[in-house]
Design a protein around this ligand. Structure first.
Ligand code: ADP
Length: 551
């Protein structure tokens, strides 16, 4: 027997309609690419998204067509989020930090019909334009006054001119909630990037999770600085979740340096923010270099979501002590829309001493409702949730991919519908997950596994260390042993012996690195993760002092 409840489709257009009607004046504040701060409310965002939908219709864009973007976090990008998906087309956010040949591959693979881009990327688009076979026109996301002279991009249109003349009168079409809404390629550290194609339904369900207390807790009480890019896994679902609950959005545009981030947090009284660890390192550095700042008075941050890479303990502690901010350590991936686990506390943790509470926060958190999770051994057998056994993390749920765009990568689910994440983790009896590594980064020493993430976290706790990376290098006896690479903080030197002593007791003795190398920089992926493939390549012939005759 079927229930007798309406089956109105879950559509992205309903989010912006709701926000326009019930939070019409709640602000979306942008530091624009052109420079000045821009502000308007959800009502205007909805109206301009409708103007865009009218313009795209005139250009001949049909349901299902892919519209590419190479753009920062701005109100215009938000208009694309709603205008494109709302009309039934597919928003394809491209990460501009990828190599040009990857962008070329992605835009061609997605068969983008139009490409919208920010002024910053005009030189890049100029180079790429001849290679983009399916793109019929390029739209520069600026006004007439800022259109560059002498630009050679063919079929170039100015965004404000494109939508300016259009009516705000547009009726969002109704269609099946399973319709594709947006497309995001994984950064493809190995092989070509692969596309994850979200649906209206998956996006809406994920938004509910973003707005739950035990998800990201987003609500109309929040002023949210969204540092995580709109091109990185839908900015972790916040652009949609914010409209669902009417949160104020603060969008930093291209300015992600410590000073700009600090000032936006202060000026817009942000109580909530999200970003990968590296952006917070930049802000900490700015604070360190400006001791006259009154951080406690300036910064009202209550919750900071850190994900994308492991949040080091020292970072969680610093937010706690200096900023009085609670770090929600979150884990997920593009294939998961992206939320999987969030590091919220349980009632029993509330009275813990700070040190023990941070032990809990350092884990990647508990799985959110909607995602099922398990860890398995090499034979696929489920492992105990005892906080000790670690194995491959597998997930399933209504916002997790069931296959990549155009079937790339073949079958990705097992017979029971589980998706293998490529991460290795423990699950404790309370359900908190702790990532020990990407399966390809784990260090295999004499048949046992060493967690590079644990070692890195311990190393960045050393006062003179700015950033750390641990890779496995060849060792004849142990097969692989850990090598620690560190970047010193500006103006400081790292005493290797003191660092080694510091690490003792923080990790198991046999996990201690066999050597430490001080470096000037570490390579990162387009989403800010350490690019270990490159490091392994760079240090493949490195001779560990412990390797002796073996090397
Ligand atoms: P990309 O590969 O495109 O950068 P994702 O953001 O989807 O995109 O990467 C997902 C991966 O990032 C996860 O599988 C995991 O390895 C890593 N990751 C995400 N969050 C965390 C976290 N909190 N701690 C450790 N690793 C994380």
């Amino acid at each position: 027997m079927l229930g007798l409840i309406q089956d109105r489709p879950l559509l992205i257009s309903s989010l912006i309609e709701y926000a326009a009607l019930y939070h019409g004046d709640t602000e979306i504040v942008t530091r624009t690419v052109e420079g000045p701060i821009h502000r308007y409310g959800y009502r205007q965002l909805r109206d301009r998204a409708k103007q865009l939908a009218n313009a795209l219709t005139k250009l001949g864009v049909k349901p299902g067509d892919r519209i590419g973007t190479l753009a920062w976090n701005t109100y215009r990008h938000m208009e694309l989020y709603y205008g494109v998906s709302g009309m039934g087309a597919v928003l394809h956010t491209i990460n501009p930090r990828l190599f040009p040949e990857q962008i070329d591959y992605i835009a061609n693979h997605a068969e983008d019909q139009y490409l919208f881009f920010d002024l910053t990327f005009a030189p890049l688009v100029e180079k790429l334009a001849p290679l983009l076979k399916t793109v019929k026109g390029f739209v520069l996301m600026t006004d007439k006054a800022h259109m560059p002279a002498g630009c050679t991009i063919p079929n170039l249109v100015c965004y404000e001119e494109l939508i300016g003349a259009e009516s705000t009168d547009y009726t969002w079409p109704d269609f099946d909630e399973l319709t594709a809404s947006s497309l995001c390629y994984t950064s493809g550290t190995t092989g070509n990037p692969k596309g994850v194609l979200y649906s209206h339904r998956s996006t809406l369900l994920h938004s509910f999770c973003v707005c739950t207390r035990d998800g990201l807790g987003l609500s109309s009480y929040d002023s949210a600085l969204v540092i995580v890019p709109l091109f990185h896994a839908n900015a972790w679902g916040v652009p949609y979740g914010a409209a669902m609950c009417g949160a104020k959005l603060v969008l930093p545009g291209p300015a992600l340096d410590g000073k700009s981030v600090y000032e936006l947090l202060r000026d817009e009284k942000c109580n909530f923010s999200l970003g990968v660890p590296t952006v917070w390192l930049a802000m900490f550095q700015y604070v360190d270099q400006n001791p006259s700042l009154d951080v406690k008075k300036d910064i009202l941050l209550q919750r900071v979501v850190i994900g994308g890479s492991a949040a080091p303990r020292a970072m969680i502690e610093r937010f706690d002590k200096q900023f009085s901010s609670y770090v929600i350590h979150a884990w997920g991936m593009t294939e998961m829309s992206p939320l999987g686990t969030t590091g919220n506390l349980l009632p029993k943790h509330m009275t813990l001493p700070a040190d023990q509470r941070i032990d809990v926060q350092q884990k990647q958190g508990r799985v959110v409702y909607g995602v099922e999770i398990k860890i398995t051994d090499d034979a696929g057998q489920e492992l105990a949730r005892d906080g000790k056994a670690f194995g491959d993390v597998k997930v399933r749920g209504p916002w997790i991919t069931k296959g990549y765009f155009k079937g790339e990568g073949g079958k990705v689910l097992d017979d029971d519908g589980w998706f293998t994440t490529g991460d290795v983790a423990t699950l404790d009896p309370d359900g908190y997950m702790q990532i020990t590594d990407r399966s390809k980064d784990v260090i295999k020493s004499g048949g046992e596994w060493i967690s590079s993430i644990d070692l890195e976290n311990a190393a960045v706790g050393f006062p003179a260390v700015h950033e750390a990376a641990v890779i496995g290098v060849f060792h004849a006896k142990w097969q692989e042993r850990p090598l620690l690479l560190v970047i010193p903080k500006p103006g400081q030197t790292v005493d290797k012996a003191a660092l080694m002593t510091f690490l003792e007791g923080k990790v198991a003795k046999w996990w201690l690195p066999d050597d430490i190398v001080v470096v000037d920089e570490l390579p990162h992926t387009a989403t800010g993760k350490l690019l270990k493939i490159k490091l392994r390549e760079q240090f493949k012939d490195y001779k560990l002092p412990t390797a002796g005759a073996a090397a």
